[in-house]
Design a binder for this molecule. Structure first.
Ligand code: MN
Length: 337
């Protein structure tokens, strides 16, 4: 019965915000599993996508990812959520093209570790020793531009393309999931959130609200209220959980891994005929320098950020590809004519 960092309390909160009519975010707060999903798509498709993805985690629990360590389970859950959303989008024209972000945390109190899995621009943060650290890297256009040194983090905050994401769940048959594991320490506080929080509040404000609240549910509520008081331009969703000094008897532990894993819903893919498949949008074929040049030109041509932004998954990249292809055809025609 040794003392160690184990999962303590947790809380979640979500709000439509002040500018959107619908809440396309969803969250999961089922200790030791936590997640945020931020949907995108026309009509109600964004809601369908984020709720479907969250439901896979809630219903299936950890069974879908029963084999392997916590990190493999997280990746497996996210891939299963991707299959479900993609399948629905393929079957139902009204939801065609829908997608969602997903950021997942799975606490393994036995190992004193937390496994994270992540697709899109929702985020995971950790507060330790009074400092807020972002654990995830945004899969977004501005995230790429900041990492490559093209723009500063400050410029990213007001960049007109800041809601363009480079990866999402449900838009392709397979998804590339980032996973990583962090050692937990007693008194760590973790935050998962959608961009409706981080677009409205700076790191200092988030840290202050997390540190100053008397309890986690109050912290979650205050974060949402603060984002709303700053304008609430998007749906706002947060999940917070803390690690405490304790013993395994005091906490919710991860079910033991089953050695013989069931094949995960093979029938899902079988129900997709070739005709039902939507063409995959392979964002990876676009060279990074094309993304950067295009984004820089767009930023210059569009100095005023659009106040009400809709999340989009690179529709203009397709246009760019078409233009590049057209240019290539013209050049070849010129050479061989
Ligand atoms: Mn959002």
């Amino acid at each position: 019965m040794s003392e160690r960092p184990v999962l303590g309390g947790s809380a979640g909160a979500t709000d439509t915000g002040r500018r959107r009519r619908r809440n396309e975010d969803a969250y999961v707060c089922e200790p030791p599993l936590f997640a945020i999903a931020d949907g995108m798509g026309g009509a109600q498709a964004g809601e369908v996508a984020s709720r479907l993805a969250a439901a896979v985690l809630e219903e299936g629990g950890l069974d879908h990812g029963a084999a392997g360590d916590a990190e493999e389970r997280v990746a497996s859950l996210i891939r299963e959520a991707n299959r479900r959303v993609f399948q629905r989008a393929s079957e139902d024209a009204a939801t065609s093209g829908m997608g969602t972000t997903m950021t997942v945390a799975l606490v393994d109190s036995r190992a004193g570790e937390i496994a994270f899995g992540h697709v899109g621009d929702s985020r995971a943060y950790r507060v330790r020793d009074g400092e807020l650290e972002q654990l995830t890297q945004d899969h977004s256009l501005v995230g790429e531009l900041v990492r490559s040194g093209k723009i500063s983090p400050e410029e990213a905050e007001s960049h007109p393309q800041r809601s363009v994401i480079t990866r999402a769940l449900g838009t392709e048959a397979d998804v590339d999931v980032d996973t990583f594991t962090r050692d937990a320490e007693p008194d760590d506080v973790y935050l998962l959130c959608s961009d409706g929080l981080t677009d409205m509040l700076g790191d200092g404000e988030i840290l202050e609200l997390l540190d100053g609240a008397p309890a986690l549910d109050a912290a979650a509520r205050r974060l949402v209220e603060a984002a709303n008081s700053r304008g609430g331009e998007d749906n706002i969703t947060v999940v917070v959980f803390e690690m405490v000094q304790g013993s395994l008897e005091d906490t919710v532990t991860l079910p033991a891994a089953e050695p013989a894993a069931q094949p995960v819903l093979d029938d899902d893919e079988d129900t997709l005929s070739g005709l039902e498949r939507v063409p995959a949008v392979d964002t990876a074929v676009v060279p990074a320098e094309e993304i950067e040049r295009y984004a820089t030109e767009q930023a210059a041509a569009e100095p005023e950020p659009e106040p009400k932004r809709k999340r989009r998954l690179l529709p203009w990249l397709l246009l760019l590809l078409v233009l590049v292809a057209a240019a290539a055809v013209l050049v070849l025609w010129g050479l061989y004519r």
